[in-house]
Design a protein around this ligand. Structure first.
Ligand SMILES: Nc1ncnc2c1ncn2[C@@H]1O[C@H](COP(=O)(O)OP(=O)(O)OP(=O)(O)O)[C@@H](O)[C@H]1O
Ligand SMILES: [Mg+2]
Length: 241
């Protein structure tokens, strides 16, 4: 087992203050994902799957507990560095793709590269490679879109793509910066069964090829069954299912 996991959460709690009420959503969640491993987060609606993904993705801080990504504590970073860390280490796929409607598939896939254009990729195919110019990123975006079967759709805007195609663009976008951690919230939740299977096939193929740890929050037990491990969230804690 690798000494430094891609993701580790220790005794993570998340409470929300709602008026004078405290909503205790997570009450001590611990988990660990190794590089290249896939985890499914399952549990009833309202059990805290999306909340946990937001914390793991550093979009929100936990009330208490620690989160480490590739051995680093991102929440110790000041906001500008945290944004950069998130951009380079974490890819997100949501239930509804959240593509920008005015941009093509290729441009949407490239968006994460625009925030920090001079940033080095976390890992490159040959790890000795220095920072990548934007032309190389464009080539990577084309390669990823080709890998998800959209070579003929590079210049289509979201309105000119099907729901499954949009979600495949979202998968390519999530991987463009070669993140070590890929977080997906109901990535196939709005797709029909056949399209969901196609998107899941591509998601798993790319996660394996890229050796990114994959965490998927899902109600889809077929999708959960494809992951290396399943964690059940219940009453604010998580157990191996
Ligand atoms: N900002 C917030 N303020 C107060 N309560 C919140 C907030 N965000 C989430 N919650 C509560 O936290 C609980 C968990 O929500 P969450 O969205 O994480 O559930 P989930 O497991 O993803 O559910 P679903 O399967 O329906 O997507 C819910 O009861 C929700 O009402
Ligand atoms: Mg949710």
């Amino acid at each position: 087992m690798n000494a430094t996991p891609a993701l580790a959460a220790a005794d993570v709690c998340k409470h929300f203050a709602l008026g004078d009420q405290i909503v205790e959503v997570l009450r001590g969640v611990s988990l660990r994902a190794e590089e290249g491993q896939s985890l499914a987060l399952i549990g009833p609606s309202g059990s805290g799957k999306s909340t946990l993904l937001h914390l793991l993705g550093t979009l929100e801080p936990p009330t208490s507990g620690q989160i480490a990504i590739s051995g680093q504590d991102p929440l110790a970073l000041p906001e500008p560095q945290l944004a950069r860390f998130r951009n380079q280490h974490i890819g997100f796929v949501f239930q509804n793709h959240h593509l920008l409607p005015q941009y093509s598939a290729l441009e949407n896939a490239l968006i994460p590269t625009l925030a920090f254009p001079s940033a080095e990729l976390r890992r490159s195919a040959s790890s000795a490679e220095p920072s990548k110019p934007q032309a190389d990123r464009r080539e990577r975006a084309r390669d990823l879109l080709t890998a998800v079967g959209l070579a003929e759709r590079l210049h289509h805007r979201p309105a000119e793509l099907s729901g499954g195609e949009c979600q495949r663009v979202a998968v390519a976008r999530a991987l463009i910066n070669q993140p070590g951690l890929l977080l997906c919230d109901e990535p196939t939740g709005s797709l029909d069964r056949q399209t969901a299977t196609t998107v899941a096939d591509l998601l798993f193929a790319l996660h394996r090829a890229e050796q990114a740890a994959l965490v998927i929050a899902t109600h889809d037990l077929e999708l959960a069954a494809r992951c290396d491990r399943r964690l059940l969230l219940r009453e604010g804690t998580c157990v191996e299912a």
